[in-house]
Design a protein around this ligand. Structure first.
Ligand code: ADE
Ligand code: ZN
Length: 324
């Protein structure tokens, strides 16, 4: 099964590129940029990756990305993950990135975009790995700031596939971002949002109704509301479920008790992703292997999940046809 899962062409629709920063690269970039890290060694950093909740993780996530300063750093970050993913049989990644987290530190949007777009081109050229670009906004920061970044990104609009909404979910409902998402729609960008990870099922409905998203990132708390499950079923809205992430952030107690089998039983449109692989115990292959162990899924189940992912991915039609 391990060989089958590695060789199965896989797509992930929910990956934060800053969350793919492995401690080894974090130390190398810290040294290159003269930045002091709060850890004495790679092992000490890894040992710190024990989280009580989403906020506990976000604190280390934002601290880790402080080593990203130059265009080359963003390129190296993304290529490091793309190469690893490619050896795991990943053929497409829809990549979230968090511009506000870097702009706040004085890094320009041009530095971020040039590094990431160069890595995307390089992955497409040398790894036969396609990459979708999701510019994500931090929901615990002001909506006006998000709108400002979206306008600043005008030179890059035609290279973006979607905007997203991430970071601390509790008390930051989708409704706060209606203006930003309306503007993205006007520009012609697709829209996705994290909802129902730590936040209530009602945030999923809000994201669908007010932000007109085509995809819900996580969404597992939909099971707390029959109305929300029905809506997701009727529309066959994609959920990007991240099993190892949910265990690491204590959204669920253990993988054996994860709602993935229940979500599939309800007939929902499920895909599997890694979210922040450097922090949550591995990439897309590790998530597949963990699901096989916990749920005993057979080859057909994994084939179906990845067909869903490839069908829904931000990928040109001709490549989609090749991948399916
Ligand atoms: N940003 C990076 N990972 C995230 C997650 N799991 N939830 C919300 N925001 C995030
Ligand atoms: Zn996420």
């Amino acid at each position: 099964m391990q060989d089958f899962l590695r060789s199965l062409p896989k797509a992930e629709l929910h990956l934060h590129i800053e969350g793919s920063l492995e401690p080894e690269l974090m130390f190398a970039l810290a040294e290159r940029n003269g930045i002091k890290l709060p850890y004495a060694s790679v092992d000490e950093a890894k040992a710190a990756y024990q989280f009580d909740d989403l906020q506990g993780f976000l604190n280390l996530y934002f601290q880790g990305m402080s080593v990203l300063c130059h265009e080359q750093d963003f390129f190296d970050l993304a290529m490091d993950y793309f190469k690893r993913a490619s050896t795991e049989g990943v053929v497409h990644i829809d990549m979230h990135f968090d511009p506000q987290a870097h702009i706040q530190r004085g890094i320009t949007l041009d530095v971020i975009m040039s590094g990431l777009l160069r890595a995307k081109q390089e992955a497409e050229r040398s790894l036969d790995l396609s990459v979708g670009m999701i510019m994500a906004f931090l929901r615990d920061r002001p909506a006006e700031e998000a709108l400002d970044v979206l306008e600043q990104a005008a030179p890059y609009w035609d290279q973006l596939d979607a905007i997203g909404l991430d970071s601390a979910e509790r008390d930051h409902p989708p409704a706060k971002f209606v203006k930003v998402f309306n503007r993205a729609k006007e520009i012609g960008l697709a829209r996705v949002a994290h909802a129902g990870e730590e936040g209530p099922a009602s945030y999923i409905l809000e994201a669908l109704d007010l932000l007109d998203v085509c995809r819900i990132d996580h969404g597992i708390r939909c099971l707390e509301s029959d109305e929300v499950v029905e809506r997701l079923y009727e529309q066959q809205t994609v959920l990007t479920v991240c099993p190892l992430s949910n265990v690491s952030l204590k959204v669920v107690d253990e993988l054996n008790g994860h709602p993935l089998p229940a979500l599939l039983d309800k007939g929902l449109n499920i895909t599997i992703s890694s979210d922040d692989p450097a922090y949550f115990g591995g990439g897309l292959l590790a998530n597949h292997l963990a699901c096989e162990k916990a749920f005993g899924w057979d080859e057909d189940a994994f084939i179906a999940l990845n067909r869903n992912a490839i069908t829904e991915a931000f990928v040109p039609k001709s490549r989609r046809e090749d991948l399916l």
